[in-house]
Design a protein around this ligand. Structure first.
Ligand SMILES: N[C@@H](CCC(=O)N[C@@H](CS)C(=O)NCC(=O)O)C(=O)O
Length: 93
């Protein structure tokens, strides 16, 4: 599976909780080892200015915001709470 994130899965100083980190931790907690793809850029930019990773996310989910998960089945799950819910429902442990 591929987890598309912004610039990483680190905790951002000043940010209460980092959505990409929350999504990553939920998948690890469910015993997955997602391939983490850093999309960089910024979700609010128009498509012409998006990075290739953001364009891949937009093609899959309809929006360029991250985190977004592409499962091994090719299914896309967009949004932190949606990814957390998916991880809980598909826990390998
Ligand atoms: N409601 C969204 C918010 C996600 C969010 O704020 N993601 C940050 C990255 S951690 C983001 O996309 N920031 C702007 C950007 O990088 O495009 C969710 O929880 O999934």
């Amino acid at each position: 599976m591929k987890l598309y994130v912004c610039w990483g899965t680190f905790q951002v100083p000043g940010m209460r909780e980092h959505p990409c980190r929350i999504a990553y931790e939920a998948l690890v907690q469910a015993d997955y080892e997602p391939e983490v793809i850093k999309t960089h850029g910024w979700g609010a930019l128009p498509r012409a200015l998006q990075t290739p990773g953001r364009k891949t996310v937009e093609d899959g989910t309809g929006e360029s915001w991250v985190p977004a998960l592409q499962t091994d089945d090719g299914e896309w799950i967009s949004g932190t709470s949606e990814i957390v819910a998916w991880a809980e429902q598909h826990a390998e442990v």
